[in-house]
Design a binder for this molecule. Structure first.
Ligand code: SF4
Length: 205
């Protein structure tokens, strides 16, 4: 549903246009542009991140920065074809604060997540994925309306209100922040294992 006109949204193109004109929360004011989800309209998996980062904000595309490259590699290692995935974010505008000339990421708050959920709901209605994979707590919050602890729910399929399977795992950017190489490798293996479990559940249906 378009928040401004209350007309039903029937295509991804229409949805992107609605997001581009969105003023439902203050985040549009300091971002370059809204970043719509991307992928085939009949994707098997929908991967939901937190919000666009600095590179995504400038490019207008989701997951094109370092976290996106990490995600691409992990999907490949989990045996999930990238062309079967639709990637998006819980919040469509880049929230940040200036530190000198650098734009530093700031986590969206619950109000911003709730205000932006209308677009994620529309994406889900259009794509109808077999499974949704929440990458991190912000995506999990948007999809379930609850604050979940990743360690408690990762690896276990949940069910959304409309019956869609939900899997929760970490955001790939969290792997990039791990300094010790051995810890980073272990976290990456756990991330790939979570993706593999989602793929196995979908294949079994
Ligand atoms: S972050 Fe979401 S709700 Fe806020 S202005 Fe952007 S598109 Fe609208």
């Amino acid at each position: 549903m378009d928040a401004e006109t209350l007309e039903p949204i029937t295509s991804l193109r229409q949805l992107a246009a609605a997001e581009a004109g969105c003023t439902r929360c203050p985040l549009y004011k300091n971002a370059t542009q809204a970043v719509p989800g991307e992928g085939p309209s009949r994707a098997t998996f929908m991967l939901v991140g937190e919000q666009p980062g600095d590179k995504e904000d400038l490019a207008g595309k989701p997951f094109v920065g370092p976290a996106g490259r990490m995600l691409d590699q992990a999907l490949h290692d989990a045996g999930i074809a990238r062309e079967k995935t639709f990637v998006t974010n819980a919040v469509k505008h880049f929230k940040h604060e200036m530190r000198g000339k650098r734009r530093l990421h700031k986590r969206p708050n619950n109000y911003e997540i709730e205000r932006c959920k209308i677009w994620l709901d529309d994406e889900r209605k259009l794509i109808k994925p077999a499974a949704v994979i929440a990458l991190g707590v912000t995506a999990a919050r948007s999809l379930t309306g609850k604050t979940l602890t990743i360690a408690k729910v990762r690896g276990k399929p949940l069910t959304l209100a409309d019956g869609t399977k939900l899997f929760v795992t970490v955001h790939p950017s969290s792997l990039l922040r791990i300094e010790a190489e051995a810890d980073k490798r272990a976290a990456y293996r756990a991330f790939v294992a979570d993706l593999k479990k989602a793929a196995a559940e979908v294949a079994a249906v």
